[in-house]
Design a protein around this ligand. Structure first.
Ligand code: ARG
Length: 456
C-alpha cells in the first residue's frame, strides 16, 4: 500500500514503480528508521498531539517489528521504501492507530534523520578501525626503531632512515583521517526531525525532546535546509576518500616492496594469492584491490557531489541517490581497513635486505657533503665535490663505504672519521630534531601518537 495513494486514481506503471523504489538498498536503515519513529511517537504522546496510550501502543508495535526483522521472522519486501514498509507493517500489526505515527512528520525529514543516525554509527565504527590500524603501526614501529632502510624521493634512494620513521609517517596520515571523521561527525550529529516536508509543522512538537531521546546534541536550524542538506554525506565520503588514498599509497609501497627486485617485505600466505598458470607466483592481490577500490570511493564522492549540484530547495527525489554512495563508501573503507590491519600484522620485514639496500645507492652522500660543510667548505661547493665523488664511485664500481681514505682525499679534506660519519646508523642518530628518524625523536612521536589515541 502506497503512503500517497489517496490522490491517485490510476495505478503506477510497473517499471516506474521499480525505478522509484529504494527498498532494495534503504532496507538496511530499518533499525534507524524504527529508532527515529519511536522517538517521534514518544514525543507526540508526551506533547499531547496523540493520546499517550496510543503512543505506547505504536512504540510497542515498532519494537515488535524490530525484533521480528532482527530474528528473521519478518522479511522486508513489497514497499516503496523502508519508511513505507515500517508504516505498512505497523498498521497491519496494530490496526488504525498505527496510522497516527506519521502525524507532523514527512518522509523528507524522516530519511534525513535515518541517514544521519546511520552515519553517526558508521563514522564511530570507522574511527575505531583506524585506531586499530594506527595501534598496529605503532606496535611495528616500536619494534623497528633501529631497522635501517633507505628513504626515497622520486622512488630513488635518498637518505638513510628507519622502518619506524616510514611507518609512523602513515600513522600520522591515519591520525588526520580520524580528525576528519570526527569533524564530519560534528555535522552529522544534528537532528533534523520536525522539519516536515519543508516548512516544519504546525503541531506543537518538541524537537529538543526528540533530539534528547536520540542522543543528538543539537537540532537543525532551518527546515528547508534540513530536508535537503546532504553536506554531511559529502563530509563522510570525502573523509573516506582521503583515508582510501592513504591506504592506497601504503598498498602501492607494499606491492613494490614485496617484488623480487626489492624483497623488503614478504606477505604471509594468508594474505597473498597465486596464479592459475605460473606455479611460482605469490601475488599481493589484497593490496592491489585496496589500491583499486580507492577508485570506487572517489566515484562515490563524485556521484554525491554531482547529485547535489542541481538541487533546488527543498527536498527533491534526486536525494534518494545519496544512500548507495554512502553505503558503498562505508562498506568499502571498512573492508579495506580490516584487511589492511590484519595483513600488516602478518607481514615479514626483511631487516637484513633493508640494511644492505641502504648501503648501496649512495644514501650517505648528504652526510659526506655535510661533513665538508662542517669543516668550513660552503655547502654548495661541498655538494658539488661529493657529486664528483659519486661519479668516481660509479665509474670505478665503488660505494661510499668501499672507497679508501686516499680516494676520498683526492676530492677533499677527509679524515679517518668519515667512515663513521657515513654509517647509516650514525646519520640517523644525528637527526634529533622533532620529526626526524633518530630513536629519541621517534619515541617522542610515538608517545604523542599514543596520547592522541587515548583521546581520539
Ligand atoms: N526514499 C526517499 C529517499 O531516500 C524517501 C523520501 C521520499 N520523499 C518523498 N517526498 N518522495 O529520499
Amino acid at each position: 500500500m502506497k503512503l500517497w495513494s489517496g490522490r491517485f486514481e490510476g495505478e503506477t506503471d510497473k517499471a516506474a514503480d521499480s525505478f522509484n523504489s529504494s527498498l532494495d538498498f534503504d532496507k538496511r536503515l530499518y533499525r534507524y528508521d524504527i529508532m527515529g519513529s519511536k522517538a517521534h511517537c514518544t514525543m507526540l504522546g508526551k506533547c499531547g498531539i496523540i493520546p499517550s496510550a496510543e503512543s505506547d501502543i505504536i512504540v510497542k508495535g515498532l519494537d515488535g517489528i524490530l525484533a521480528d526483522i532482527e530474528s528473521g521472522m519478518t522479511v522486508i519486501n513489497d514497499a516503496e521504501d523502508i519508511h513505507s514498509f515500517v508504516e505498512n507493517e505497523l498498521v497491519a500489526r496494530i490496526g488504525a492507530v498505527g496510522k497516527k505515527l506519521h502525524t507532523g512528520r514527512s518522509r523528507n525529514d524522516q530519511v534525513a534523520l535515518d541517514i544521519r543516525l546511520f552515519l553517526r554509527d558508521a563514522a564511530k565504527d570507522i574511527i575505531t578501525l583506524i585506531k586499530a590500524l594506527i595501534k598496529r603501526l605503532v606496535g611495528i614501529s616500536e619494534k623497528n626503531l633501529d631497522t635501517v632502510m633507505p628513504a626515497f624521493t622520486h622512488l630513488q634512494k635518498a637518505q638513510p632512515t628507519t622502518l619506524a620513521h616510514h611507518f609512523m609517517a602513515y600513522a600520522e596520515m591515519f591520525a588526520r583521517d580520524i580528525s576528519r571523521f570526527k569533524s564530519a561527525l560534528e555535522r552529522i550529529d544534528v537532528m533534523p526531525l520536525g522539519s516536515g516536508a519543508c516548512t516544519s509543522t504546525a503541531y506543537p512538537i518538541d524537537r529538543k525532546m526528540v533530539a534528547e531521546l536520540l542522543g543528538f546534541p543539537a537540532i537543525t536550524a532551518n527546515s528547508m535546509d534540513a530536508v535537503s542538506d546532504r553536506d554531511f554525506v559529502i563530509d563522510f565520503i570525502s573523509a573516506a576518500s582521503v583515508a582510501m588514498m592513504h591506504l592506497s599509497r601504503f598498498s602501492e609501497e607494499i606491492i613494490i616492496w614485496s617484488s623480487d627486485e626489492y624483497k623488503y617485505v614478504e606477505l604471509s600466505d594468508k594474505f597473498s594469492t597465486g596464479s592459475s598458470i605460473m606455479p611460482q607466483k605469490k601475488n599481493p592481490d589484497m593490496n592491489e584491490l585496496l589500491r583499486g577500490k580507492t577508485g570506487r570511493v572517489y566515484g562515490d564522492l563524485m556521484s554525491i557531489l554531482t547529485v547535489m549540484k542541481g538541487i533546488p530547495l527543498a527536498y527533491d527525489k534526486d536525494l534518494q541517490e545519496d544512500k548507495e554512495c554512502v553505503f558503498d563508501a562505508y562498506d568499502t573503507l571498512k573492508a579495506c581497513l580490516n584487511v589492511f590491519t590484519a595483513l600488516l600484522g602478518d607481514m615479514k620485514i626483511n631487516k637484513q635486505r633493508l640494511r644492505e639496500c641502504t648501503d648501496g645507492g649512495f644514501t650517505s652522500a648528504t652526510e659526506c657533503a655535510d661533513y665538508l660543510a662542517n669543516k668550513g667548505v660552503p655547502f654548495r661547493d661541498a655538494h658539488s665535490i661529493i657529486g664528483q665523488l659519486v661519479v668516481y664511485c660509479i665509474k670505478n664500481g665503488k660505494t661510499l663505504q668501499t672507497l679508501t681514505l686516499e680516494e676520498y682525499n683526492k676530492f677533499g679534506d677527509f679524515l679517518e672519521d668519515i667512515f663513521d660519519v657515513i654509517k647509516p646508523e650514525n646519520a640517523i642518530a644525528r637527526r634529533t630534531a622533532p620529526g626526524s628518524p633518530s630513536a629519541k625523536a621517534m619515541k617522542d612521536e610515538i608517545d604523542k601518537m599514543k596520547k592522541f589515541l587515548t583521546k581520539a
